[in-house]
Write a protein that binds this ligand. Structure first.
Ligand code: FAD
Ligand code: MG
Length: 343
């Protein structure tokens, strides 16, 4: 009898410790950072499988980088570019999906967003140690190679064909968004209910913060240096992606050249905007659209955002006016006196 009582109380102790332990682990934050895709990638997750989830997230991000980079040899995109004008190249479902989404955005923006910008990007090399201002004739020679209509996709064979020799794809404006979506899917598969992933300017928040309140995400001040904000957006289960002229640039003879190119000129996009932020639920769309709106400028950019369901935007123009789409106004707070909310 006594033995049964002792065993029963031991079982009780194990159960109680188990439940309390699970609670403690559940609210514990696991956070990591790692340099991938030319940027610091930070991830936070809460939950007892958070550690395992983050192992899987970083492995997946490394896999996506390996498939889509043009900055290290051997990617699927390198193979597509090397075969330009010669033959279609079969790619993985990941790469096919990102290329076809990029082409769809090129069509939607009339080519202001264009993943075939690679021949121009590789002349400028903005953000890399060997960045330089190309000679005008180099731009004139490379520009006819840019054009999304020269990309042939075959969904059944999962092939990408660049129809002109010298053409090239660069997924720098969209692949981090895809990566954020994939990372969040992995967190969810692992039962994580609250978490955050940040790939440079690409942020995705899963659920609310562990205290049940929405996440407060800063929108970068596009003029002053990094880590100061122009405003705060309160979001849950959403992505926030910003494109700006302040991220990567080259200063030569008092002139600043940034990394977002206008495909119609081959030079850094000169719209009336200094920053474009998209808030929505799909990060691949947000990434493509933040770059698109930056190139399109305020009027066309706002018109496009308003036309697309579920897409919200925060645009900052050269006069330091901040334009916020109606669906986001209640969640956005301007905190920086250098800027003014546009009426
Ligand atoms: P976004 O506005 O999202 O994109 C701008 C980038 O898109 C430009 O840098 C250019 O690559 C391209 N682009 C420019 N104009 C257009 C246009 N009109 N339409 C479409 N695309 C355009 N950086 C490193 O320094 N080293 C690395 O090894 C490295 N590897 C990377 C690997 C991968 C898979 C990815 C996705 C990025 C990598 N990067 C690397 C960063 C990359 O070079 C870009 O600078 C970065 O993705 C820009 O992101 P963004 O959010 O600042 O700007
Ligand atoms: Mg982008």
């Amino acid at each position: 009898m006594r033995r049964i009582a002792v065993i029963a109380s031991l079982v009780m102790v194990v159960l109680v410790v188990g439940i309390v332990g699970a609670r403690i682990v559940d609210s514990r934050q696991v956070s990591r950072h790692q340099f991938l895709m030319g940027t610091m990638i930070e991830a936070k997750a809460y939950g007892y499988k958070a550690n395992r989830a983050l192992d899987q997230v970083y492995a997946r991000l490394a896999e996506i980088e390996q498939k889509m980079t043009v900055n290290q040899p051997g990617s699927e995109i390198d193979a597509v570019n090397a075969a330009a004008g010669r033959s279609p190249v079969q790619v993985s479902p990941d790469t096919y999906q990102v290329v076809s989404k990029a082409i769809a955005y090129a069509a939607l923006t009339g080519g202001k967003f264009d993943p075939t910008i690679q021949p121009i990007v590789s002349l400028w090399r903005i953000g890399f140690p060997d960045a330089r201002v190309p000679r005008p004739e180099e731009i004139t020679t490379a520009l006819p190679l840019v054009g999304y209509r020269g990309v042939q996709l075959d969904e059944t064979r999962s092939t990408v064909y660049l129809t002109k020799p010298g053409m090239g794809i660069d997924l720098g404006a969209i692949a981090k968004g895809y990566s954020a979506d994939e990372a969040v899917a992995i967190l969810k598969q692992n039962g994580v209910k609250s978490g955050l992933i940040s790939l440079g300017g690409n942020i995705y928040v899963l659920g609310n913060r562990p205290d049940g309140k929405p996440w407060r995400i800063g929108v970068q001040d596009p003029v002053s240096k990094r880590d100061s904000f122009l405003g705060i957006v309160e979001i849950a289960d959403a992505t926030l992606v910003t494109s700006g002229a302040y991220e990567r640039y080259l200063d030569v003879d008092g002139q600043r050249y940034h990394h977002i190119i206008d495909p119609s000129t081959g030079y850094p996009a000169e719209s009336d905007l200094i920053s474009a932020t998209i808030v929505t639920t799909s990060s691949i769309d947000a990434d493509a659209l933040s770059t698109s709106l930056f190139v399109l400028g305020r009027a066309q950019g706002l018109a496009l955002a308003n036309q697309l369901p579920g897409i919200e935007a925060i645009l900052v123009d050269k006069g330091n006016f901040v334009y916020v789409t109606d669906g986001l106004k209640d969640q956005f707070t301007l905190i920086n006196q250098d800027y003014q909310l546009a009426k």
